[in-house]
Design a protein around this ligand. Structure first.
Ligand SMILES: [Zn+2]
Length: 502
């Protein structure tokens, strides 16, 4: 290895210093000799054992609703936990922003050196430097995606659970009183015995054309993933959706497609067009969870949420912007390489590109769709708590690293969870609510090899459309174990790349 080359590879070493309780990463760019890298470090978050309260926040919402009335924490304990979460989030976001900045600096230096040394490098060395730059870009994109999407979402979810522990006991009592006195019947859409005969929003049929236009635009701009080529999976999901639609307030035909995409996502375009991405089927564990999501999406169409948000916008206008973003992300344009990891994690997939107005997404409409959705799931014979269980699983187990796309359109917050839980309490008791079916289990069996094949194909061609130098060993994805608290991610050591090529 030539001295020059050694210098290019070794000139971006960073050390982590513990300064006044905060970890600082100091990068000694252009340094001639190797500085000793310290691998051990400590952070405020890591040093502390999690408190019993913090440990509780790792539990699912469904369990917390049951536990909250019996566990008692003082206002002081709650407040100090809230502060700790706030600090934890700031620390974690800042840390990943720093990582991103540091990678950017390293890229910059590597490019400068490359330019200066270009004549002296042989082909192998040049490729190594290219790989190094490419991998640094991947790491930078990952750090950016985590700091701007995944980490805040994970902390929002913990805060929602803390709110639940704090406020649910009193609200639970109030809910019981509302049921005892009969006042619960006066709530919005409290007329659940008239589902299908009441009017949530007039003229649903007026949205059909908009939905069709949107689908055409999506196809044109390459935004719509292909359908899963398995008739029985399509038929199964369709049958569950139609069963719910029959018992909902949707008065227009419902069209259902399962898309070949690993995103954990489902969405309804206006006018009764329901799309389920394959990743969502993989993430669901029983039919009532799937039913909960389908019912929620259907509710957006029944209530014509998109129409209310799109008053002035046209489909063409909405898609002009989406198509620009999509072209860069999906075809590996300028933004391509930088979004590789974000794509891998589902941050910039279809869920990211779709316009929120087109999906009818707003805080109020989400809550309305939650309410109507659990009503439809219940009315068609499903256990309505399937929706909360699914939401919870995505938030707690997958949300912050794997399946963030659903959270872009369905942010976790306390009011949603609590309103949904209250609605479930208000629904008249029913016997034999469906949780699991053999048809669902059969679908999962058929899905497994399809998902495996699709993922393998993606691995073999690691979206290398977005990478320029072929055959570089990409940096490993962040280690993440289901159920791991976010703090583990925050305190994970920064990764480095070596620029090795196979
Ligand atoms: Zn929604």
């Amino acid at each position: 290895m030539s001295d020059t080359f050694r210098r290019i590879l070794s000139s971006f070493l960073c050390v982590q210093l513990n300064f006044l309780g905060t970890t600082l990463e100091v990068c000694a760019a252009k340094q001639a000799t190797l500085a000793p890298a310290r691998s051990e470090f400590s952070t405020a978050a890591e040093a502390k054992e999690p408190t019993p309260l913090r440990r509780l926040l790792q539990k699912p919402y469904v369990e917390l609703f049951d536990l909250a009335p019996s566990v008692e924490f003082t206002a002081k304990e709650i407040e100090s936990q809230r502060k700790a979460l706030e600090e934890g989030k700031d620390f974690c976001v800042a840390r990943f922003k720093d990582h991103a900045k540091r990678y950017a600096k390293e890229i910059d230096s590597a490019q400068k050196d490359l330019k200066a040394q270009t004549i002296k490098l042989n082909e192998v060395q040049r490729r190594q430097v290219h790989c190094r730059i490419q991998n640094l870009e991947l790491l930078r994109s990952e750090a950016q995606a985590l700091s701007s999407h995944a980490i805040p979402t994970a902390y929002d979810n913990l805060n929602a659970k803390l709110d639940l522990l704090q406020k649910w006991p009193a609200l639970y009592k109030q809910t019981q009183q509302e049921i005892a006195s009969g006042t619960y019947l006066n709530r919005r859409w409290g007329d659940v015995k008239d589902i299908g005969f009441r009017e949530i929003a007039a003229n649903q049929q007026d949205d059909i054309k908009k939905g069709q236009q949107a689908i055409e635009e999506m196809k044109r701009s390459g935004l719509l993933p292909p359908e899963v080529e398995d008739k029985s999976i399509q038929e199964y999901v369709n049958s569950v959706a139609q069963r719910i639609a029959q018992k909902s307030d949707l008065k227009i035909p419902l069209h259902v497609s399962v898309l070949q995409s690993r995103e954990i996502n489902a969405f309804a375009l206006p006018g009764g067009y329901l799309f389920i991405e394959r990743g969502l089927l993989e993430a669901a564990d029983d039919e009532s969870e799937l039913a909960g999501v389908l019912a929620h999406e259907m509710a957006h169409d029944a209530a014509r949420h998109a129409n209310k948000l799109m008053k002035k916008a046209t489909i063409a206008g909405i898609f002009y912007q989406a198509a620009q973003v999509a072209a860069m992300i999906l075809t590996g344009g300028v933004a391509g390489i930088g979004t590789y990891y974000a794509l891998q994690y589902g941050f910039y997939g279809l869920g990211f590109v779709l316009n929120l107005n087109l999906l009818g997404v707003s805080r109020d409409y989400e809550m309305e769709a939650d309410q109507l959705g659990v009503q439809y799931a219940w009315n068609s014979g499903y256990d309505p708590s399937g929706f909360i269980r699914f939401f919870d699983k995505i938030a707690t187990r997958e949300g912050y690293v794997n399946g963030a796309s659903w959270f872009r359109t369905h942010p976790p917050f306390y009011q949603r969870m609590v309103n949904t839980r209250r609605e479930i309490m208000f629904l008249p008791a029913k016997q034999d609510l469906i949780v699991q079916t053999s048809a669902f289990e059969q679908m999962k069996k058929e899905l497994a090899p399809i998902a495996a094949a699709a993922n393998k194909e993606q691995m073999g061609r690691p979206s290398l459309k977005v990478t320029r130098e072929q055959g570089c060993e990409p940096p490993t994805k962040l280690e993440y174990k289901p159920g791991q608290p976010i703090e583990a991610l925050c305190s994970a050591p920064a990764r480095t790349v070596n620029g090795a090529a196979h």
